[in-house]
Design a protein around this ligand. Structure first.
Ligand SMILES: O=P(O)(O)OC[C@H]1O[C@H](O)[C@H](O)[C@@H](O)[C@@H]1O
Length: 607
């Protein structure tokens, strides 16, 4: 990279404060980041513990960066990483399973992944349309005929993101890879890509050594789910007989749940919708956090007079339910429901959740289960950070330090149980609900989803719940120029001809931020200071992310997004008036930051 130094002189006169600031700025700019056509910035494809990119062209401003050669290099890099991980004495042939969701780029990326692995000499098991949790499961399943367990698994998915995106998730028998592993793989991939002189595909194909086989793994995975429900009902063959359950797969990969899970258990599934895979997602975004998606499954339950509704995201690592009255069982309610089930099995256990969970959920887990459902012991609510991997890793960590935890769950619908290898599996969460229903129907065959609704009866819910996302403008002068070196010349009163006419004190305060993260942190620090001076507000005594504050009968949390230049603001309050008071407290503090777009907050306050 060629570095160019540019020197700016910035003179800023503030008459009201009687100050003059003279600033020399030497900026480093990457004026030529090598030839863009030849270079691929692999690290840009990292999205936390996943890889995400654009795989389909045609959307303005979103050039394709997850091309077939790039994907092939990443798959080869994963095989190399895995080989290293297995601490094999030199080279050994690995077995890697590959699955995908319903995206329109799925097949071309599957071919690229397969090529990348086989050219490195390893075998591929193609599962076709699959769920993310099933891919992890294939690293654990003991089934010699179907070549399982595999050494590693790759899922091709971009969850609920638009049709043009795609991505990769990786698993070993220890679970999903973490951020550092992904970085390692991307660095290896960059080297592999360079070496292969960009597109020696044919050459590589000829050198291909590994074998490819097709396995109907989803049938194996689903039969384990069926077995779990049967077991909870005393091994009854059809424990859900007579129960009407509708499924909304949002045209993702979750359609298997109808034919391979619910029907064998005896459930009626008419009215289930969007089960056919369609990577253009023509009906709604497959996302249980999305209002339109929840409306669609609720309508299906009501229209079909069903006992229960189930909705999955595209790759089935997230889910939510709807009871027979059309009441949504998602977000805090689903965590409460899962907590009630898990705490019945493990009294006193710690439930780890993300940071945007409600105060009502804490009271429910710690007190209401004892008061309402007469549990001997309540649980402990450990409200941690946002991000499913953060939540799961924290639960695993707690167990290693002697604090028992059996459930890690996010409001997004990601939920992982210790009994299920800490895997976030939307289908397994729904199986836990079905277990409860199946067990209850042994005692009373007429019982329906009320069994579940009754479990969350004591959960207090705020009347107003909003999430407002405040964007940080990365092109704003306060952030522009990345990597700025600042020299301040403090000029004394009346010194030098140039400044003679200003007889003011000169102040050398400069606000420059190297990244949107720095800027966001500065906003949070400022808010924290402002809050400490407000008698109506009280900072949460224990908090792991952003600034969480109680007041006016509710709370708010302002934090930095995990991935985007955004500060998401969550507010929960007993009334709109109270929510506005909380919102105003935030607005007053953050309006001093011109690169923060507060339009969405203003809109909420003026509604
Ligand atoms: O920080 P945010 O922008 O709100 O995003 C947070 C979300 O990011 C991803 O989608 C993760 O998969 C989720 O587990 C997480 O909750």
């Amino acid at each position: 990279m060629i570095i160019e130094s540019i020197l700016f002189l910035n003179v800023c006169i503030n008459k009201s404060e009687k100050s003059l600031t003279i600033t020399f700025i030497a900026a480093t700019q990457g004026s030529s980041i090598v030839s863009s056509s030849a270079k691929v910035d692999f690290l840009k494809l990292q999205n936390g513990s996943d890889i995400r990119g654009v795989a389909v062209g045609g959307v303005e401003g979103e050039p394709v960066n997850l091309t077939e050669p790039v994907t092939e290099a990443i798959a080869s890099a994963f095989a190399a990483w895995l080989l290293n991980k297995k601490k094999a004495d030199g080279w050994r042939r690995l077995r890697i399973s590959v699955g995908h969701d319903s995206r329109i780029s799925a097949h071309k990326l599957q071919d690229a992944v397969t090529l990348g692995i086989t050219t490195a000499g390893h075998d591929v098991l193609q599962f076709g349309l699959a769920s993310t949790p099933a891919m992890f499961n294939s690293t654990l399943t003991e089934d010699e005929i179907n070549h399982c367990p595999v050494d590693g698994a790759i899922m091709i998915t971009a969850s609920h993101l638009p049709y043009n995106r795609n991505g990769l998730k990786f698993f070993t028998s220890a679970g999903g890879l973490n951020k550092a592993d992904i970085k390692d793989i991307l660095e290896r991939a960059s080297g592999i890509y360079e070496d292969s002189s960009h597109g020696g595909t044919q050459e590589l194909e000829q050198a291909s050594k590994g074998e490819v086989s097709n396995v109907d793994y989803m049938s194996i995975y689903a039969s384990d789910l069926v077995k779990a429900v049967r077991k909870s009902a005393g091994n009854k063959e059809k424990p859900l007989e007579g129960l009407h359950i509708v499924v909304d797969a949002g045209n993702g990969a979750g359609g298997f749940f109808v034919d391979k899970v619910l029907k064998p258990l005896g459930a009626i599934t008419t009215g289930s919708q969007f089960l056919e895979p369609d990577g253009m997602f023509p009906n709604h975004i497959p996302n249980p956090e999305d209002k339109t998606a929840m409306k669609a499954i609720t309508q299906a339950v009501v229209d079909n007079k069903a006992d229960l509704g189930i909705i999955f995201d595209t790759d089935v690592d997230r889910s939510a339910a709807v009871d027979s009255s059309g009441r949504e069982l998602n977000r805090n309610r689903l965590i409460a429901l899962m907590s009630a089930i898990v705490l019945e099995e493990h009294p006193g256990t710690t439930i780890v959740t993300d940071s945007v969970t409600s105060d009502g959920l804490t009271t429910f887990i710690e007190n209401k289960l004892v008061a309402h459902l007469f549990y001997d012991k309540g649980g402990k609510h450990h409200r941690f950070k946002r991000g499913y991997k953060n939540v799961i890793d924290e639960a695993i960590h707690l167990n290693t330090i002697g604090k028992e935890s059996h459930l890690a769950m996010e409001t997004s619908g990601h939920g992982a149980l210790k009994e299920n290898h800490w895997l976030d599996d939307g289908a397994y969460l729904m199986v836990k609900l079905l277990n409860k229903l199946a067990a209850a129907r042994i005692l009373n065959p007429n019982v329906g989803s009320k069994v579940l609704t009754d479990l969350v009866e004591g959960l207090e819910e705020a009347s107003v719940t909003v999430e407002i996302r405040l964007k940080i403008d990365q092109n704003h002068a306060d952030l522009k120029g990345g990597g700025l070196y600042v020299f301040v010349l403090s000029v004394q009163k009346n010194r030098g001809a140039l400044f003679r006419k200003f007889s003011y004190n000169f102040v050398d305060v400069i606000s420059l931020y190297r990244s949107f993260r720095d800027y966001g942190e500065a906003v949070l620090k400022h808010l924290e200071n402002a809050i400490s001076k407000d008698e109506h507000l009280c900072k949460a005594p224990k908090n792991y992310e952003g600034v969480r504050v109680s007041g006016y009968g509710g709370w708010f949390l302002l934090r930095l997004s995990l991935h985007d230049p955004v500060l998401p603001l969550n507010i929960e309050a007993p009334s709109k008036d109270d929510a506005i008071k909380l919102g105003l407290a935030v607005l007053t503090a953050v309006s001093e930051f011109p690169a923060l777009d507060i339009t969405a907050l203003n809109k909420f306050l003026q509604q």
